[in-house]
Design a protein around this ligand. Structure first.
Ligand code: ZN
Length: 159
């Protein structure tokens, strides 16, 4: 079976920076519905089309194709009193915009003289990364999965 529209694909992946160092890899296999459902980066999805179990892909993603450019307006300084007392560099916080209901993740990148600098950019923003993956399994999606636009069951949506 080949990866095509409305197949459910399981992958192992590893991401590398431009120096060839590993920056991310999956723990459990990722499982996604193939076919332009916005479940996986489009450049990766395109490289996977037509592949079979055991085949590998290696895709180099520019920031545009991958995790976006760094947006300086996403870096903010806040008074330390707005944070819990055990705050440390590297901690993640989630905020919710009361108007749009959209949640946004921020990373603490610096703490200095009572001022906390938080960065809402994706940790990989601005980076060119290589995305290597191996196809572990392919199956036809159920009608319900196609209607919902995502995978059900193990590693998928539970509902
Ligand atoms: Zn569903």
């Amino acid at each position: 079976m080949q990866i095509s529209q409305n197949t459910v694909v399981s992958l192992n992946y590893t991401m590398f920076n431009v120096d060839g160092e590993i920056i991310d890899k999956n723990h459990d296999p990722i499982v996604y519905l193939h076919g332009d459902y916005d479940n996986i980066l489009p450049a990766v999805e395109a490289a996977l089309t037509g592949k079979t179990v055991g085949e590998r892909i290696s895709v180099t993603l520019t920031p545009e194709q991958g995790f976006g450019d760094v947006d300086p307006s996403m870096v903010r300084e806040e008074d330390i009193s707005a944070f819990p007392p055990d705050i440390e560099v590297g901690m993640m916080f989630e905020t919710r915009d009361p108007e749009t209901e959209e949640s946004q993740q921020f990373r603490v990148v610096a703490i200095d003289a009572g001022v906390v600098t938080v960065d809402g950019n994706h940790p990989l923003a601005g980076m060119t990364v290589r995305f290597d993956a191996e196809v572990l399994a392919i199956r036809a999606a159920s009608d319900e999965e196609v209607v919902h636009g995502h995978v059900h069951g193990e590693h998928g949506h539970q509902h």
